[in-house]
Write a protein that binds this ligand. Structure first.
Ligand code: NAD
Length: 340
């Protein structure tokens, strides 16, 4: 008998409810163990709870320690902070894990399999920012300070090496800009070299300056295995590697903290196609596979991934963003048929 695992489900905004519905149906078909507690966030949170991240949603995540989250619209202006940043800070979600793997041909590269691990709490994204006035211009000079702590650098690098060991990966590449930001990212590189010694003989380590890494990802992506980097560089490089495998519609992400883990698609709420029934549910589905693995249900995750492979490559059923014409529902139905 399968044990039931309580989990928070936040369908989110825009295409969120459509893709969430598809993913929940597929998870039901594979008998995933999750008992969903449905909660609101983003614009839906404002409509139902008066704020983009209602207390009831936070309480639910605190209780279940596990969430699958659809994309949330961050209203522009109006003083709203990004709900996603709020979740990271509230639950100390220090590791952002973004795997990028080629799933179907026709892209620029045939064989990408890279996992990018991004530090999620520090760096330039602490956004300690202010302006200095010059003459009568109050915003003549903009200043931003970044913060990286030795403890956090060590924690995220250790996470990357442990991830590599647990997932049969051979190498961790530490990405930095220690030649220019000698303190802010030098501390990260030093932590990388120190922690790597503990894994000698089991996981190899090398390092890259971020700009060279960006070029090499395009020229020779097969040289990368696991990449670990600071917050801002990770934000940029993870979208780049999503592009290498076919775009944001295929990119899942996991936000991992000491107690809580939140899984999501990397893309946003896609207001331009919301309600049309044509969104690709694959990124959220792959995020749910990461969630299955997180709770020790790797076999079920594999069954879903195998079904995805068969639907994309044998049945040739794809949504519009991948060059096909299937609706969200058609795509989900094709996966469920394969699972049966
Ligand atoms: P977006 O990712 O929503 O859309 C970018 C483009 O990609 C659009 O053309 C969209 O139609 C397409 N796209 C995205 N997901 C798709 C899918 N599953 N299937 C097919 N096409 C897809 O980015 P945006 O337009 O910059 O942001 C819209 C809103 O989403 C903003 O309010 C932003 O703050 C929010 N956002 C949320 C998250 C999150 O919750 N994790 C992440 C990014 C953006």
């Amino acid at each position: 008998m399968t044990t039931t695992i309580p989990a928070t489900l936040i369908p989110g905004d825009g295409i969120g409810p459509e893709i969430t519905e598809a993913v929940v149906q597929i998870l039901d078909a594979v008998q995933a163990p999750f008992a969903w507690d449905r909660q609101y966030g983003g614009l839906a949170g404002i409509d139902h709870g008066g704020e983009p991240m209602p207390q009831a949603t936070l309480d639910s995540i605190r209780r279940t320690k596990l969430a699958l989250k659809g994309p949330l619209t961050t209203p522009v202006g109006g003083g709203f902070r990004s709900v996603n940043v709020r979740l990271r800070e509230t639950f100390g979600l220090y590791a952002n894990v973004r795997p990028a793997k080629t799933l179907t041909g026709g892209g620029r590269y045939e064989d990408i399999d890279i996992v990018l691990i991004r530090e999620n709490l520090e760096g330039l994204y602490v956004a300690f920012e202010h302006f200095i006035a010059v003459g009568d211009d109050p915003e003549a000079v903009a200043i931003s300070q970044g913060v990286n702590t030795k403890a956090e650098c060590r924690r995220i690098v250790r996470y990357a090496f442990d991830y590599a060991l647990a997932n049969g990966r051979k190498k961790v590449t530490v990405v930095h800009k220690a030649n220019v930001l000698k303190a802010l990212t030098g501390i990260f590189l030093t932590a990388g070299k120190e922690i790597a010694k503990e894994y000698e003989g089991r996981v190899a380590m090398d390092d890259r300056i971020v700009d060279a890494c960006a070029m090499q990802l395009v020229m020779k992506p097969e040289q990368f295995d696991v990449i670990v980097t600071t917050n801002l560089f990770g934000d940029i490089l993870s979208d780049q590697i999503a592009g290498l495998v076919g775009g944001l519609g295929m990119a899942p992400g996991a936000n991992i903290g000491p107690d809580v883990a939140i899984f999501e698609a990397v893309h946003g709420s896609a207001p331009d196609i919301a309600g049309k029934g044509i969104a690709n549910p694959l990124a959220l589905l792959l995020a749910s596979c990461l969630m299955l693995e997180h709770v020790g249900e790797g076999q079920k995750a594999k069954a879903v991934r195998d079904a995805v492979d068969a639907v994309l490559n044998t049945d040739k059923i794809k949504t519009g963003d991948l060059g096909g014409s299937a609706s969200t529902k058609d795509f989900a139905a094709a996966i469920i048929k394969r699972l049966a």
